[in-house]
Design a binder for this molecule. Structure first.
Ligand code: SF4
Ligand code: SF4
Length: 371
């Protein structure tokens, strides 16, 4: 199976201010190029593009190609489920929207502490088992944005899960907020296959600092910045699919150029990526090195490096959805940035001399006010 998956979440639009205005003619063209080059994995979800992504899959793919020529991944929107009765209603609606009678891959969308608790309570895993028995789901997994400890627990409790979809990219690999590497290692420890989402960190690994780009160019003048990010994800053992939310034909062609006949990274290339990531980390808004000396003395146990990581991600990408989600995950059951009592203990132990109190104030304004 070729490792590039077409994510239907950043499709070309006719009106850039309206996520629902999908330019279906360009999407059809992209689908044709994708299929013609031997790729066939499509990823959608209930809420994407103001709930029009699934219908776009139907129009651009399902109504134009035989069912056995492509694979579709769709996701149960855990956030919408309020009780057991919602599962069949939403699932049937999704089959209708996409225009199919089974999904090749089906995921719980966004498992984290709260959604996992609810999914257990509402019998979500039993519902999936029924659908696998009836043939309406061929492969089952979940997308995940929480801590590796929870991932370990979910996979231990549910060995029937076949794969996990994780946010993996070379900038988040060691980030304390996302903990990509630890999540990946947890999934592979359980013998699960991995699908990668956000390999370009929502596009922020495309426009990178000049110094980092120079390193890439020196090693391979023809390789795009996207190719480094995609190949980083695709080179990991156990990764069987790397999703890309493609918005234009040229992005698609670029992706195809290196994901067809995929070449895993060499050791030298891995080193260059590491160096580039270090350069990018230095250019982040908060120069926190994640040493965690600050957290030892904090009377409230505020997860300072994690909050800085979410904030850096927001400043880098301006994507409040993703960064805000990580902030909320880390804040769940812990003290918020706004609850800091300004005792200053953390600043005494910070080797980077960061003004942690002021930064937490800024972070509270960014993530907590009016959200
Ligand atoms: S200033 Fe705030 S973050 Fe720092 S140790 Fe005190 S309560 Fe914790
Ligand atoms: S002590 Fe400073 S550099 Fe270390 S984790 Fe805390 S804020 Fe970051």
């Amino acid at each position: 199976m070729k490792k590039l998956g077409f994510g239907f979440m950043r499709l070309p639009l006719t009106d850039n201010s309206d996520a629902g205005s999908i330019d279906i003619d360009i999407v059809k063209k992209m689908v044709d190029i994708f299929m013609k080059n031997g790729f066939n994995y499509f990823d959608t979800a209930y809420p994407y593009h103001k709930e029009r992504s699934e219908a776009a899959v139907k129009e651009a793919l399902v109504e134009r190609y035989p069912r056995n020529s492509y694979l579709i991944a769709d996701k149960m929107p855990t956030v919408r489920v309020t009780g057991p009765a919602d599962y069949p209603v939403i699932f049937n609606e999704q089959l209708r929207r996409v225009g199919v009678d089974y999904f090749d891959y089906y995921l719980f969308h966004n498992i984290w502490k709260k959604s996992f608790r609810e999914t257990e309570e509402y019998g979500g895993f039993d519902f999936i088992k029924e659908k696998i028995s009836s043939g309406q789901i061929r492969h089952f997994g979940f997308s995940f944005h929480d801590e590796p400890e929870l991932l370990d627990r979910v996979l231990t409790m549910h060995p029937e899960v076949e794969f996990v979809q994780l946010q993996i990219n070379y900038l988040d690999w060691e980030s304390p907020g996302v903990r990509s590497r630890e999540c990946y290692e947890t999934a592979t420890k359980h013998g699960k296959k991995v699908i990668v989402m956000e390999p370009n960190k929502g596009g922020s690994l495309i426009n990178i600092p000049e110094e980092a780009e120079k390193l890439f160019r020196a090693m391979n003048p023809d390789a795009s910045n996207a190719s480094w990010a995609m190949r980083f994800a695709g080179s990991l053992d156990g990764v069987f699919m790397v999703l890309s939310g493609m918005s234009a034909v040229d992005q698609l062609l670029d992706n195809i150029s290196f994901m067809d006949n995929f070449n895993p990274l060499t050791d030298d290339e891995r080193d260059v990526i590491k160096q580039s990531a270090q350069i990018m980390e230095k250019s982040l808004a908060v120069g926190c090195t994640k040493c965690r000396y600050c957290t030892e003395g904090c009377p409230l146990g505020i997860p300072i490096p994690e909050y800085f990581s979410a904030y850096n991600s927001y400043i880098l990408t301006r994507n409040m959805g993703n960064a805000g989600m990580y902030y909320r995950r880390y804040a769940a059951g812990r003290s918020l940035a706004s609850e800091c009592i300004k005792c200053g203990k953390c600043e005494i132990s910070c080797p980077q001399h960061l003004e942690i109190r002021n930064l937490l104030e800024e972070i509270a304004k960014t993530f907590e006010i009016n959200r």
